[in-house]
Design a binder for this molecule. Structure first.
Ligand SMILES: Cc1cc2nc3c(=O)[nH]c(=O)nc-3n(C[C@H](O)[C@H](O)[C@H](O)COP(=O)(O)OP(=O)(O)OC[C@H]3O[C@@H](n4cnc5c(N)ncnc54)[C@H](O)[C@@H]3O)c2cc1C
Length: 540
């Protein structure tokens, strides 16, 4: 039976309630507060940040970025400047070497802040490929303003011209083959598609590679000083400076709807909180529709469409506190890179990993990404200043199955547990990844491990609960789940058609995954327009 407001007990009143204090919920909250609304942000975890959280999970004083480490797409965001986040403790470190991709034979390619140095690094493998990157990057520069403006505005539905349509759908392999001749350059640029779970042959990978690599080349692969968690903290401080409130340990179980309008939310602790004007959610769209709002309040076409929303490949993480500096087979130059990409130099290996992952097998030799946390930011480890040599890295395996259907590595069960439960397999798998990295890339890695903590996809999805199936894309990046079709066409304008004042502002919406602050800011543009407030005239 539906409850009516007269029978509900409300505590304090707010104009706007934001569900979820990930970086997008907080960004949206900032702009609503900036417009003078009394904002309440509710977060179910004991601290804010969602997938931009920093915690000491290995040893005391070792501050790991549990999810996001690289400040990449966020470089295209106007938010930090617009809100003056530097006043609230937000500061970026700008590494000179953005990414180094290392291969088993000790060879490598690095992307530098300086385009000239990047080109020199690619030239070691192919002069033609260096020229190709120069041309691709310049093409991006010509379009940059348009690209940034489109990322930071609600999506527009339009039919692309033929060339644009091709660019949008071209696979990573097709794009790499079109522009590069060396296997190494193909793998270096192709890896950016793997960042969002795309295999070499998935539609749309080429454009992701071009965009991601170009933004990095242009703006850097930056690092948040003190931990990524200082971004959500700065956003929260901004909201508080405008009189808003952030509440943690506050799990929203229901959005209370009356006459097609949200009037508040119910919390797991039994309390109801009134929202005078609106509720905006940064959690995944399917949980929002199916659980928090409920199927009675939305059109059945929306329910059916959101039920088939696809999540994509899961990720596997290894957090390592180290008693010494990693020593590379490659030139030590790569040691000062923000991120080290590790793989054999063939796109076939990426295909094999995707095949294994999507068939439910544990990938046998997956590409991985190592974040160089303490080298970039010594404040992430204890006592560095006092002469000890402690370090901290995170190794992320980009494609593993959530449901293990075929146990063992590629069905070779000789040295693997035959259990299909991640909790039984994860330590053995992480040891195997470390063994491979030690043998082929970083010979001293194994001997300097002080403490290892392993996250399987099942661990990732425990917290935040929006990390569904341990995926990092908040919904797979597929052509029919992108642009004005994200998450589904009916919800792409950050609104729910049947409800007057419920909005969406998380990465399940355009432009999608990654720390970009764009879904949060774009949703705020839509909300404030609905309230008759001019977003572009906001100040302070
Ligand atoms: C392992 C990993 C590594 C990544 N690395 C990078 C990287 O290097 N660079 C990059 O740009 N991106 C990276 N990403 C992606 C990026 O972190 C996410 O896309 C982004 O942070 C999502 O932000 P969000 O605000 O949309 O959602 P979230 O951060 O998921 O925020 C949603 C919040 O809602 C809360 N919540 C959920 N349900 C409720 C409820 N019922 N009531 C109240 N609160 C609720 C959650 O606890 C969470 O805090 C990574 C992701 C993963 C998983």
């Amino acid at each position: 039976m539906r409850q009516h407001s007269s029978s509900l007990r409300f505590s304090i009143e707010y104009d706007a309630i934001v569900v979820g204090a990930g970086h997008n919920g907080l960004t949206c909250g900032c702009y609503l507060a900036r417009a003078g609304l009394r904002v309440l942000v509710l977060e179910e975890y004991h601290s804010i940040g969602g997938m931009t959280i920093t915690e000491e999970i290995t040893l005391p004083g070792f501050k790991s970025d549990i999810h996001a480490f690289g400040y990449q797409l966020a470089n295209a965001s106007p938010v930090p400047k617009e809100l003056g986040l530097d006043r609230f403790g937000f500061e970026l470190i700008h590494p000179e070497i953005l990414f180094s991709h290392i291969f088993p034979n000790g060879r490598y390619i690095s992307m530098f802040r300086s385009l000239e140095k990047t080109l020199k690094s690619i030239e070691k493998f192919s002069v033609k490929d260096a020229r190709a990157w120069y041309n691709l990057f310049n093409k991006y520069l010509l379009d940059r303003e348009k690209i940034f403006s489109s990322i930071n505005s609600p999506p527009v539905e339009r039919i692309p011209a033929a060339e644009e349509y091709r660019n949008q759908l071209q696979s990573m392999r097709s794009w790499c083959d079109e522009y590069f001749e060396s296997d190494e350059a193909k793998v270096v640029f192709g890896t950016f598609a793997a960042f969002v779970g795309l295999s070499p042959d998935d539609a749309g990978g080429g454009e992701v590679c071009h965009l991601f690599a170009s933004i990095a080349q242009d703006k850097g692969n930056n690092v948040v000083r003190g931990g990524f968690g200082n971004l959500p903290k700065a956003l929260a401080r901004y909201i508080e400076s405008k009189g808003g409130v952030i509440m943690t340990n506050a799990s929203v179980t229901k959005i209370i709807i009356e006459n097609n309008k949200a009037i508040g939310v119910s919390l797991a602790n039994g309390k109801n909180i009134l929202a005078k004007r609106l509720v905006v959610s940064s959690i995944d769209p399917s949980t929002l529709i199916l659980k928090l709002i409920g199927q009675d309040h939305v059109d059945s076409t929306i329910v059916n469409s959101i039920k088939r929303f696809e999540w994509g490949d899961s990720v596997f993480g290894i957090y390592l506190a180290l008693d010494g500096r990693p020593k590379y087979k490659s030139d030590q130059e790569v040691a000062s890179s923000s991120q080290i990409h590790i793989s054999s130099p063939t796109l076939e290996n990426f295909s094999k990993t995707s095949y294994e992952c999507r068939s439910g097998m544990i990938p046998s030799n997956p590409p991985s990404i190592m974040s160089n946390e303490s080298i970039m930011d010594p404040s992430r480890v204890p006592s560095q200043a006092h002469g000890t040599n402690k370090h901290l890295v995170k190794v992320l395996v980009l494609s593993v199955p959530y449901d293990i259907k075929n146990y063992g590595i590629n069905n070779n069960t000789n040295n693997m547990d035959t259990n299909t439960d991640w909790s039984h397999i994860k330590e053995q798998y992480s040891d195997q990844i470390i063994d491979t990295i030690t043998e082929d890339y970083i010979p001293n890695l194994k001997e300097i491990v002080l403490k290892k903590v392993t996250y399987s996809p099942v661990d990732y999805e425990k917290r935040p609960t929006t990390c569904i199936r341990g995926t990092l894309s908040c919904g797979a990046v597929l052509p029919y789940q992108s642009g004005s079709m994200r998450p589904i066409p009916q919800l792409s304008n950050y609104k729910i058609p049947s409800l007057q004042n419920v909005y969406l502002c998380g990465s399940g919406n355009y432009p999608g995954p990654g720390v970009s602050m764009a879904p949060g800011r774009n949703a705020a543009q839509v909300i404030l327009t609905d309230l008759g407030i001019n977003f572009n005239r906001l100040e302070g």
